[in-house]
Design a protein around this ligand. Structure first.
Ligand code: ATP
Length: 527
């Protein structure tokens, strides 16, 4: 986004409405706060973002399998996960103007009003940012949407719209493990809708009540299992190569950092340069009690620096909780581990147990549980630990739109100034990849050849046909949609088959043959 547009989302939001990226949901009835619809260009962008994530995270790897679970699941899932008891925001109300807001967002709202970026996770101050009135004592407000399953509206039939996609992955862990025939370390990925009854949905689509997530649960061995297998656990202090192939002797710390790097590579690939986001490593007192580390990838949105996605090392908390609440074992059997443990004599095993017990006690855990854990390891059994890269589709789309938007001042040969509004999307996510223009609408040869090229390309990517207006105007329309290439069919095309390809960012034009264009396009679209 150009410097002068940085402080406000307004020009971008106006473009998004005008060109059909984003509309208010139910707009003809006045809209609903926190609900947004994607128009023709928006839904193409969304499909491309999701497809890119799936390609990068699932299909492009050997060690990740996919899942598509229901939105409404057994309510005990949310008891086990902790969402029923603790998935709440501190809600407060102004005693004067009666506005409701999240107590922990008051400082953000104040900073936004002054149009300054906010520091991370600031302390909330409790006076109303709108009228200065006194605020009520914050009370926890559970963010899950309730519904009733079946025809009888009774508390026993209450269910919830999922507030995250991750829990379905844990609940189906054993099924996917046995049917995919994958072994830890491996991951399960899911994309889909999530719902949170946010107290104050704000900042355009950034915080919505209905949104989509793209989540990966990457299951790894506990470090103690890695130690039995390899006699060592590689940590970050060992300077492992995170760009090469994954290694069996990595401990959780390395896996976590590996996934942070993978996520950054993905963001680069879809069009966010590394220098435009930051890694925020949560401090020990900010971490959930079960988490060992959590990194937020934060992006400088026009309304401040905010979380784009998170990568958490969640230990074995989730699967352990589901084992406890469902009564179904969530352990895996790891034959190489069992074989490695067989080679340990009794003294080595006793020393190992003692070491693990000392470590667990240091971390405030139970000594007897540590012994049982070790005995299970010697049998090749454990509950896997997990690294969770969790991203929001809509939030990433908003970041990509902010990043792509530019109002360029152009001066023509006669010195006349003009503004070109352009979305510099990466071709990988651009809603329309190619626009085809016959130069002269009424020329039957140009029209026929243009149609042929259009039809051939349509089978491969999203293509736009445009015959109306001067070529310059047609270019501008595509610039606003973020279309990387415009092809113009002219008299020379009729003569020799070459056409003009105009590149969006440089505005350079080049004559190409169809095979040359295809090769260039595929190169730009490949991950
Ligand atoms: P926040 O602190 O912004 O509420 P969170 O830490 O609760 O987010 P997670 O539960 O970790 O978020 O969800 C993972 C990702 O899902 C977020 O990084 C974000 O991209 C997306 N996400 C979460 N809540 C929303 C929402 N209300 N609207 C849009 N995207 C969301």
């Amino acid at each position: 986004m150009a410097e002068e547009n940085k402080s406000s989302l307004d020009p971008l939001a106006a473009l998004c409405k005008r060109r059909g990226f984003i509309y208010h949901s139910s707009e003809i009835y006045g809209g609903m706060p926190g609900f947004w619809d994607y128009g023709p260009l928006g839904c193409e962008l969304k499909q491309n973002v999701k497809q890119a994530w799936w390609q990068f995270t699932v299909r492009g790897r050997e060690d990740v399998a996919g899942l598509d679970a229901t939105i409404i699941m057994h309510p005990r899932i949310w008891k086990a996960s902790g969402h029923l008891d603790t998935f709440a925001d501190p809600m407060t109300m102004c005693k004067e103007c009666k506005k409701l807001m999240r107590a922990d967002q008051i400082a953000d709202i104040l900073a936004e009003q002054k149009k300054k970026p906010v520091p991370h996770n600031p302390e909330g101050t409790l006076s109303c940012p709108y009228c200065g009135g006194e605020m009520t004592e914050p009370k926890p407000f559970n963010l899950m949407f309730k519904t009733v399953v079946g025809p009888i509206d009774d508390p026993s039939n209450v269910a919830y719209l999922r507030p995250e996609t991750a829990q379905a992955i844990f609940a189906q862990f054993q099924n996917v493990t046995s049917t995919s025939r994958m072994a830890v370390p491996y991951g399960i990925a899911q994309m889909g809708k999530s719902f949170r009854n946010e107290v104050t949905p704000r900042n355009y689509t950034f915080r919505s009540r209905e949104f989509e997530q793209m989540e990966l649960e990457f299951f790894i061995r506990p470090d103690e299992a890695v130690e039995i297998l390899h006699g060592r656990v590689v940590t970050l202090a060992d300077n492992p190569d995170l760009n090469g192939p994954v290694q069996d002797d990595w401990g959780w710390e390395v896996w976590h950092k590996y996934w942070v790097e993978q996520r950054k590579k993905f963001l680069n690939a879809v069009g966010l340069p590394t220098e435009h986001f930051v890694e925020y490593w949560q401090k020990p007192d900010e971490l959930a009690h079960y988490a060992r580390a959590c990194v937020d990838i934060e992006y400088d949105f026009p309304f401040g620096r905010q979380e784009l996605e998170g990568i958490a090392a969640r230990s074995d908390f989730d699967l352990s909780q589901h084992q406890k609440w469902s009564g179904e074992s969530q352990m895996v059997f790891d034959d190489p581990l069992k074989q490695a443990a067989k080679k340990m004599d009794e003294n080595a095993k006793a020393a190992f147990i003692e070491k693990v017990q000392a470590d667990w006690v240091r971390r405030g855990k139970d000594v007897e549980a540590a012994r049982k854990f070790c005995l299970n390891l010697f049998d090749g059994k454990y509950i896997p630990h997990v690294i969770e890269p969790s991203a929001g589709v809509d939030r990433l789309m908003l970041a990509l739109l902010c990043e792509a938007y530019e109002e360029q001042k152009l001066v023509d040969e006669k010195g006349k100034e003009d503004i070109r509004t352009v979305l510099h999307f990466s071709p990988k996510v651009a809603p329309i990849k190619v626009a085809i223009f016959p130069l002269i609408k009424k020329d039957p040869d140009q029209d026929r050849i243009a149609r042929e090229i259009f039809t051939k390309l349509q089978k491969k990517v999203n293509v736009m046909w445009d015959v109306s207006g001067a070529i310059g105007r047609r270019y501008r329309r595509q610039d606003e949609a973020g279309t990387p290439w415009c092809i113009t069919i002219d008299a020379q095309t009729v003569a020799d088959g070459t056409f003009t390809v105009r590149e969006r960012d440089s505005m350079q034009q080049k004559r190409m043959t169809y095979p040359e264009f295809l090769a260039m396009m595929y190169d730009a679209l490949e991950f």
